[in-house]
Design a protein around this ligand. Structure first.
Ligand code: C2O
Ligand code: CU
Ligand code: CU
Length: 501
């Protein structure tokens, strides 16, 4: 890992550790791009905006009964076409990348039977789910490879939580980065009657947008710097321990796609499912007459009120649900979703081509939901996220310690609220399982423009301190918090915490 002192200082200076990537510091844009190193593809890449946008298929339940809706997913290797005319081996849920989308309703349980037909163990985590501990995907709760006992199990999700854009992905200790990179990620969208009553754009005007960066090898394989490509022993080659950045931007598994849409309001469920890359997304050209992106939701569900943005910044694992009124563009016009944190190939994300005028009876109410005030906090805890030594090797730590599955670093009480003060050296998107939180402030200031609403992941930037107000509801038991830069997570920036009775 090349986290030498010069680089460290450069990161603190706000220029990022993406040295060699040539990420320009945009004037007026606070902060740097991403903590990570560019892994360049070793083959020619397609021109952006030459492939068709697609939405991952919605999974059909195998049965529905008094217990809930039952689904089957097989995790298996597959060969798919990502770059036009190129065959790429992946690991996929039902052989797909992204995996199929599960759509569910608050309070109606979902039971997913996962069978592992991959050569290595896996763990399934529903990110953003309020899930009992045995079903949450603790990083050592392994689903064994095919042919061994324990290669299949049910994950039961009660989903006693409001409408939200969730996602599911692999969570095996030390191997989440390469497993997600190979394709183990999908959407899980929760709705509820309240959300349905709001009149937000729906049906084919409700578009999941999973953004990932990837690199490709000369032979079309996904390129990732694992020390052991069979994923039996952990680790990545230097200098990628700070994070792996790809040079191809995929939206729902398609490189820089084009979506043909009518001139009407659309809901975009933006998910940054990248290992380490951050994005600052804008529409180009911006629509006439005011902000392009009306944010209605985030990680944990709807905001109390819509928030208008010209740009949104997404750290890994974060979700921003935005409504764009494409009715402000002319039929025939092309509108690009661009990444202002990107450089060359990663500055483009996708394109919208406006087909025709269309009726639109959707709306964005001024008030989206109401959030009950949390109980007063009972304790303040400090957590420091830093580069450090992990079992004699460079790695990532929380309060100086690497992940130890059997050691809890916090033991909040069920039903209580706490203040957690988080501090960083580099970019660390910090994620808590189970508990959702509000961002109280950053440094000596209040919350930032992208901090609205119920969160499960905070975009902690270099040399920053932030306070969050966390409520520990629902279930007692052992969960994890970790950095969602997946290389940091795999290199031990994780802690167990136990919700006690
Ligand atoms: Cu998105 Cu612990 O994970
Ligand atoms: Cu999670
Ligand atoms: Cu990190």
């Amino acid at each position: 890992m090349t986290l030498d002192r010069r680089r460290f200082l450069r990161a603190l200076g706000g220029l990022g550790v993406a040295a060699g990537v040539g990420v320009p510091l945009l004037s007026g844009v606070r902060g740097s791009a991403s903590t990570g190193e560019l892994l360049a593809s070793r083959r020619p890449l397609p021109r952006p905006f030459t492939t068709r946008f697609r939405v991952p298929p919605v999974l059909v339940p195998t049965r529905s009964d008094a217990d809930g809706d039952h689904y089957d997913i097989v995790q298996r290797p597959a060969i798919v076409e990502i770059l036009p005319g190129v065959r790429t081996p992946i690991w996929g849920y039902n052989g797909r990348f992204p995996g199929p989308t599960i759509r569910s309703t608050s309070g109606r349980p979902v039971i997913v039977t996962h069978r592992n037909e991959l050569p290595v163990p896996v763990v399934v985590h529903l990110h953003g789910g309020h899930t009992p501990p045995d079903h949450d995907g603790f990083p050592t709760d392994l689903l064994q490879p095919a042919g061994r006992t324990g290669s299949s199990r049910d994950y039961v999700y009660p989903l006693r939580q409001p409408a939200a854009t969730l996602w599911y992905h692999d969570h095996r200790m030390d191997f989440t980065g390469p497993s997600v990179w190979r394709g183990l990620a999908g959407f899980h969208l929760v709705t509820d009657p309240h959300e349905q009553s709001l009149g937000l754009p729906s049906g084919d005007r409700d578009l999941p947008v999973m953004i990932t960066d990837r690199s490709f090898d000369a032979d079309g394989r996904l390129h990732y710097p694992s020390l052991d490509p069979t994923l039996r022993t952990p680790g990545v080659r230097e200098p990628y321990g700070s994070g792996v950045l790809g040079d191809v931007v995929l939206v729902n598994g398609v490189p820089w796609p084009v979506a043909e849409i009518p001139a009407a309001r659309h809901r975009l469920r933006l998910l940054n499912a990248s290992n380490a890359r951050r994005y600052r997304l804008v529409l180009d050209p911006p629509p006439p007459g005011g902000p392009a992106l009306i944010q209605i939701g985030t990680d944990g569900g709807l905001l109390d009120q819509p928030v208008a943005h010209d740009a949104v910044e997404l750290a890994p694992a974060q979700r921003f649900d935005v409504v764009v009124d494409f009715g402000r563009y002319r039929p025939g016009q092309q509108v690009d979703l661009r990444n202002e944190f990107g450089d060359r190939t990663t500055a483009a994300v996708m394109r919208f081509r406006i087909t025709q005028a269309a009726d639109d009876n959707s709306r964005i109410p001024d008030r989206l939901t109401g959030t009950p005030a949390p109980a007063p906090p009972v304790i303040t805890r400090d957590l420091h996220f830093r580069h450090g030594t992990v079992h004699g090797m460079p790695g990532w730590t929380i309060n100086g310690e690497p992940f130890h599955p059997d050691r809890s670093i916090a033991d909040p009480r069920l039903g209580s609220t706490e203040i957690w003060r988080l501090s960083s050296d580099f970019h660390h998107p910090i994620h808590l399982h189970q508990a959702s939180f509000r961002i109280l402030g950053r440094g000596i200031g209040g919350p930032g423009p992208y901090d609205h609403g119920p969160k499960d992941t905070i975009d902690l930037r270099p040399a920053e301190q932030a306070s969050i107000l966390v409520t520990f509801d629902d279930y007692p038991g052992r969960y994890v918090l970790h950095c969602h830069n997946l290389e940091h997570e795999d290199m031990a920036m994780m802690g167990a915490f136990t919700i006690t009775r």
